[in-house]
Design a protein around this ligand. Structure first.
Ligand code: FES
Length: 316
């Protein structure tokens, strides 16, 4: 995927661990609107590639905004991005979207945990712009550990629609979620992003009220998978080429070893770069990015395998 050179024009420390970077295209071109909830790949100073959600208004033609949380066990990705200065350059991919606003909802409820507020922020801008009915519930350990609080409290798009929940213990959150879920109409769509345990509690509370298919999830970390019973299978491309996938290799790895170019980024089933069409066979889905509807005809080649002896796939 072609990356575009951006320049860092503003850096704001939102919290001691979260730094917001505003970026403009180095060639001066205007930005096309992106789909709310989208993320980009960013190649940092160490050459490591990471995904970050866009959290600026999706129709801002001048700049994009990302927020980088310094991870305690950073292998050079987030820590290096905390070292960039105004004027530095970063390579950035085109936006991709795995969490999008649903059509036909009569209300949208956004539930953010910690740094998970970032994709939901762009969705809130978009929902406000199109006059939709929405609420944003933002959970963080404390005010000082929550990013974008001043903006959420002051901007007209957010101030009447945002509820800040600071210091609510994890054990007390399900009761709060259930209380919120009880007031929703069945045509409400719920979107959540945050730590996996937090999102699991959101799903458990809201899915019985609105249905599984109306709870939309954005993952930052890969799901854990038991690979002990993995077995070999065959993959056929829509071009007719056939490849054997051993028990210890991914479809993505086998295709690359055979000179087939496949878009990829995270290689953990999170970013959606390698998602391809499934024309025949039954995938064993192991990604954290596709919805149940997506999985009916698509799969992530970096992590998912096959339940059938053979898959026929179409590369995008
Ligand atoms: S490379 Fe990111 S989902 Fe496969």
């Amino acid at each position: 995927m072609t990356n575009i050179l951006f320049r860092v024009v503003e850096i704001v420390d939102e919290t001691p661990d979260i730094r917001a970077l505003r970026l403009v295209r180095q060639d001066g071109q205007r930005l096309k609107p992106y789909q709310a909830g989208a993320h980009i790949d960013v190649v940092g100073p160490t050459g490591l590639l990471r995904q970050y959600s866009l959290c600026s208004p999706p129709d801002d033609p001048a700049s994009i905004l990302i927020a980088v949380k310094r991870e305690a066990e950073s292998r050079g990705g987030s820590a290096a991005l905390h070292e960039v200065r105004v004027g530095d350059h970063l390579k950035v991919s085109r936006p991709r979207n795995l969490l999008s606003i649903a059509d036909g909802a009569d209300q949208h409820v956004l539930v953010a945990g910690g740094i998970g507020v970032t994709p939901l922020l762009s969705m809130a801008y978009e929902l406000y712009a199109c006059g939709a009915d929405f609420q944003l519930h933002y959970f963080a350990r404390s005010r000082s550990e929550a990013a974008f609080v001043d903006l959420l409290e002051e901007r007209v798009e957010f101030r009447d629609r945002v509820r800040l929940h600071f210091g609510v213990p994890r054990a007390a959150q399900p009761a709060l979620f259930l209380e919120l879920a009880a007031s929703l109409t069945p045509a409400t769509h719920v979107y959540t992003c945050g730590p996996d345990g937090f999102m699991a509690q959101v799903i458990a509370a809201f899915a019985p009220a609105v249905g599984d298919e109306r709870v939309h999830v954005e993952h930052f970390v890969a799901a854990e998978v038991d690979t002990s019973s993995d077995r070999p299978f065959t993959v056929e491309l829509d071009t007719g080429e056939i490849f054997d996938v051993p028990a210890d290799r991914s479809i993505l790895a086998v295709l690359e070893e055979n000179g087939i170019e496949v878009f990829k980024s995270c290689e953990e089933g999170i970013c959606g770069s390698c998602v391809s069409g499934v024309l025949e066979g039954t995938p064993d889905h192991r990604d954290s990015c596709l919805t149940a509807a997506d999985r009916e005809h698509q799969m992530a080649l970096c992590v998912s395998r096959a339940l059938s002896d053979k898959l026929v796939i179409e590369l995008y």
